[in-house]
Design a protein around this ligand. Sequence first.
Ligand code: GYE
Length: 307
Amino acid sequence: VKEQAEVEDTQPIKHHIRLGFSQLGSESDWRLANTNSIREAAREAGIQLLFENAEQSQEKQFEAVRYFIEQGVDVIAIAPVVETGWEAILQEVQEAGIPVLIIDRKMELSDPSLYVTFIGSDFYEEGVMAGRYLLDKMRDRPGEITIAELRGTEGASPSIDRGAGFREAIRERAEMTILASEPADFTQARGKEVMKSFLEAHGSRIDVLYAHNDDMALGAIEAVEEVGLKPGKDIIIISVDGTRQAFEMMVQGKINAVVECNPMLGPNVMQAVLELMEGRTLPKRIITPERIYTEVTAERELNNRIY
Ligand code: GYE
């Protein structure tokens, strides 16, 4: 017993790395999975996590970052709600000598020295995948094809890039037109409301719904069913994320395709934090690989879904 105690005494005091993480909100299943992933990975890596939820407010993210500076954390990670307006706060962090990781969503920055790396998905590519799927799906259907789009949060990089990539892909076919496009904030409730208004304005003229995330697609499905139309049949539905609920809808044929966006960024983030603490140089961009799933293989994939 004595020997054991002595061994413990002589052991070096483990330096706890402290990570401040400003999460942008809790709007969707993706976001909840993302938060859990970061919390769990921090615990596993023995990194002390200071967590702040900004509830969709950039101003609150600034406050969180200032709080982390005051606390003297080792690293600050930010999942930015919108793309622009970050320069001033990142300069404050730089002056405090704390490295910054941008995670999940992109920031528009003219000075790349303000952050170490950006860890997250390629949202433009996700939009392209959604558009290419639609071209394939409609290959044998002649004539005009009209699309309604539910966009995510205004000014957020996934909304901007998923919209742009999709448009780029469908340009190939001139008869594909976007009839209606509105933001629905990445939430199920808004997705339902906005889809309802689309159906009131355009009714059965809508051939396709492209939703920038699964939660909005789930809300839209409710709105489609309430007017007596069949989601996935009368209206082709494509969305992004790949949550378990969306897979269940695909198995039922109510969603036709889902572009995966992987929220499990925790392990990558913690690895980056540890490497940074060891003085290693990180790549400026760490992209999480993903793919598209369709109703054809949804059932086989359903049990592999962890979020
Ligand atoms: O697709 C959506 C969430 O930033 C990639 O935000 C993320 C997006 C995700 O609300 O569900």
